[in-house]
Design a protein around this ligand. Structure first.
Ligand SMILES: [Zn+2]
Length: 308
């Protein structure tokens, strides 16, 4: 596989997203692998050696699910041409028609890794590693995840020696330039949760137009999929620490996850805000759409909401 083929294969991972259902398994295995590669570790790795780390990555950055299945990408990434299991044929015979289980991968000490051609390509070209990292992060996670995921797989941003051209291009995804203005106007330029609205001259400091259903998962650039939020509440929404629930006929109230912890005053304030009504936008037609709110609750919100 050459450079173009590799980038195309990464892009097709981005396209395959079964109607907005989050399945970050393959991107996370690739990111973990790129981290290993940037530390010059061996191409092939035993399933058992990455299983615990993959599980933890899926728990932290994947959708809320009962089972994480770290074995899925280790086997299925082969079909994307981005993974190789030298003993795949032997395993095929052994498993019959059924899929490969984690215990089988463990018991047989199965090795897997990037195909040799891709591995060579990346080891020769650190800039391509960074391009791949940015493509995977942008394709599957909002910005609020990027630093935490990089840290978790050992691919800190400072490791990119200079900004590759592809990096800048990949960051500038196709977004409607009017989205931010329309959302901030609808909410009168303050956070819909805490009213945060600090200005310096004419600039708003730390106020974002947040997507409820992530842009990376088909969430549209329309006001009913947006909320004006301060940086803290934007980050907390993206990571599923907070969410929304319908309250009454029109409005929404704030959900706060049982999973968050802290001791600061800011933490107390966030917990005390649970059940609080969100600021309503100027027009009823600008209210968050229940479809996007339901997506966030299903795919992003972590654990159960606090009631006390
Ligand atoms: Zn806020």
């Amino acid at each position: 596989m050459n450079r173009e083929g590799f980038l195309k294969a990464l892009d097709s991972l981005n396209v395959w997203k079964r109607g907005g259902v989050r399945a970050p398994h393959k991107p996370l295995l690739l990111l973990l692998t790129l981290g290993r590669l940037s530390r010059d570790e061996n191409r092939l790795v035993r399933y058992e050696e990455v299983e615990a780390r993959m599980r933890r990555l899926l728990e932290r950055f994947g959708p809320p699910r009962k089972a994480t299945h770290p074995e899925f990408p280790f086997w299925h990434l082969q079909t994307d041409g981005l993974w190789e299991i030298p003993d795949a044929d032997k395993l095929h015979k052994r498993k019959g028609g059924s899929s490969v289980s984690a215990s089988m991968l463990r018991k047989l000490g199965v090795l897997g890794g990037l195909p040799n051609s891709v591995d060579q390509l990346l080891r020769r070209d650190p800039e391509l590693i960074e391009t791949a990292v940015v493509t995977l992060l942008n394709g599957h996670f909002p910005d609020s995840f990027h630093t935490s995921i990089r840290d978790a797989v050992g691919l800190s941003e400072s490791m990119a020696l200079e900004t590759p051209a592809a990096y800048t291009a990949a960051r500038r995804r196709k977004r409607d330039p009017n989205f931010r203005r329309a959302v901030l106007t609808a909410y009168e330029r303050r956070c819909a949760i805490c009213d945060f609205d600090i200005r310096l001259d004419d600039d708003l400091l730390g106020l974002d137009a947040a997507h409820i259903q992530w842009h990376a998962y088909g969430g549209p650039d329309r006001v009913p999929n947006g909320l004006a939020l301060c940086k803290l509440h934007h980050h907390a929404l993206d990571r599923g620490a907070i969410g929304l629930a319908r309250a009454g006929s029109r409005g929404f109230e704030l959900l706060v996850s049982q999973e968050i912890s802290g001791t600061s005053e800011a933490f107390r304030e966030l917990v005390d805000a649970k059940g609080r009504a969100l600021r309503e936008p100027q027009e009823p037609s600008q209210q968050p759409d229940s479809v996007f709110v339901a997506w966030h609750r299903r795919e992003v919100f972590r654990g159960e909401p606090r009631t006390a």
